[in-house]
Write a protein that binds this ligand. Sequence first.
Ligand code: ADP
Ligand code: MG
Length: 351
Amino acid sequence: MADIVRVLTDAVANQIAAGEVILRPASVVKELVENSVDAGSNNIQVIVKDAGKSLIQVVDNGCGMSANDARLCFERHATSKIRETADLFAIRTMGFRGEALASIASIAQVELKTRRKEDEMGTMVRISGSEFERQEPAGCNPGTSFSVKNLFFNVPARRRFLKSTSTELKHIINEFQRVALAQPGIGFSLVHNDSVIYKVQPETKKERIAHLMGHHFNHNLVNLETKTSIVNITGYIGKPEKARKTYGEQFFFVNNRYMRHPYLNKAVLSAYESLLPPESIPSYFIFLDIDPEHVDINIHPTKTEIKFDDERSIFQILLASVKEGLGKFSITPSLDFDQDGAIDIPVFRNR
Ligand code: ADP
Ligand code: MG
């Protein structure tokens, strides 16, 4: 019998990767906005139509790309962010896998316009379902604009599984919030079907939280600040009496990347202990800053799960930090610092 093993074409391989990375329009928003952050932009505009089903456009004023890079960035495993395996443990950028653009271009019609400040002319690249269509010089502002049309046009099964416009828009808003909360120094806007959902200028973290999550946070946040040799914790937690019964205002960021972490969520909840009304969940916006050498962000294609090499210590530090925050503002008057050791936290590395 003849040999039957074959190497897949790039187009097929890209579509398979897209299956993991691009679940819905919100995933495109996340990937494009993260690229704009990595490009050093201080203004990022997101424009969507029909909850991203017909158009997702992200315009930034970042570093832009050369004509060659504008073509190459759509190749699988094409990235400017890492070069060798060792770089994986020093990551400070949002991206590094070099697969987002290749994935998006395999399941949508994409137009890129980009110009570096030092170039007189920019460049335009059009690509559809992994097929390169054209590239030509283009007049454009410094920075980059990606427009993604008709997502999943060639993957009918995925397109059919998209939810209602309001549900998909909610997902987009969630992803937008996650990046915009982590980057208060960048101005952002989000426009859906010509109506402005958010428009924020560079501001403080606290102002950003109030602008994106609601003005009641101006009065309901408690500041966290804990420095240790393992991790630095900053951010804000909500006052216990304002805790809600539904999830949606719980944010962990590790080195400015949003992440889900049920185990650390438990640390926060246990710090509040009996202060919470029954079945309610406190709001929190907690930033963990940690040497990238001690985290692995390459355990999930969408990079929203992160593995710490010393999870237990981080749990203890976070628990103490939140307790301290609540105590500092006399929210837990009975808290005994000497006993809890909230400030002088005994930690040791288990490596
Ligand atoms: P990754 O972000 O993992 O490197 P992507 O597929 O998202 O992979 O992007 C590929 C490359 O394209 C990036 O490494 C970057 O060099 C370039 N790029 C993408 N978006 C932008 C942008 N908005 N501005 C400048 N360069 C960009
Ligand atoms: Mg990327």
